[in-house]
Design a protein around this ligand. Sequence first.
Ligand code: AMP
Ligand code: TRP
Length: 341
Amino acid sequence: MAETQFTPRVFSGIQPSGNLHLGNYLGAVKHFVDMQNAGEYETVYCMVDLHAITAKLLDPDELRSNTRELCASFIASGIDPEKSILINQSQVPEHAQLAWIFNCIARMGWMQRMTQYKDKAGKNAEAASLGLLAYPALMAADILLYHGTHVPVGDDQKQHLELTRDIAAKFNHDYGVDFFPITEPVIRGAATRVMNLQDGTKKMSKSDPADKTRINMTDDADTIAKKIRKAKTDPDPLPDAFDDLAERPDARNLVNIYAALADIAPQAVLDQHAGSLFGHFKVALADLAVDKLAPIASEMSRLMDDPAEIDRILGRGAERAREITVPILEQTYDIVGMLRS
Ligand code: AMP
Ligand code: TRP
């Protein structure tokens, strides 16, 4: 069969579960902006509110407010709702519709092997929601509903993207079509895995109860500087070579954060700062972080003062999205054998 040529199209999403942090920004949102501005792709970015209720139900007002706040942080970070299609997942109903088809393509064994499912379900998997198990099939639907070819994410989403490829391949194979693309993960840069500021062996996470472990995108300049000053480090100076940080996770994390914020390679950070002690390096890092992040926080709070404007942007995004999703869902239904009304 001749290989179908798919339009290069980027899709990515983030859950509106609150506390968007530096890991989300450097691992994901910053790349969303870069790929939007590269001019090589159509870009679609999504607040995945249907995913946000899989682990536990949220207070409805809190979910609405988190969704608007996430939208504000996307725009404040540089996503332009004219250049990119910016949507909230539940407002484009085809996501849930395609997810149902994929629930019937994916196998139970595939889903039960997902490490995120195992972590979140914990010891009592019997009590986990069915939605938590089906989560990656909905994620595959998010991407494939747009025939997404490239997906920028942090390192922790790699396994879900492999499953997306498996679902596309099984659908194409079982129906004898070349309809869904085999998506490429885009996991790049120095900060695919930003670590906890108090423990460089753990991932920076929105669910850690201690706020000092992460930099939130809503933190003001003083808070950002203070958290960096108090970040855990070691007494040794910065080495000449990045490889010498292999056994120094806290130090390596701060160098990676510096590199990602400055858009340079980690080795270039050491070329500038080798021999510095952390007292000194942290001042430079705090200045850089405040410089890059504080304007985003203040723009976010400005946007949050006008929730009606955010709702208007998301309404318009959903309309534009559906020009793509309605025909792709119709074609999928035809392939599967659903009657058309
Ligand atoms: P989530 O908040 O789990 O919906 O994650 C949203 C995006 O941020 C995904 O692309 C994740 O891979 C990315 N992400 C989350 N935590 C980190 C982290 N500590 N370092 C790098 N990327 C991250
Ligand atoms: N699972 C992703 C996360 O937790 C969020 C997500 C949902 C996503 N749908 C997506 C990411 C589609 C990329 C593409 O980070």
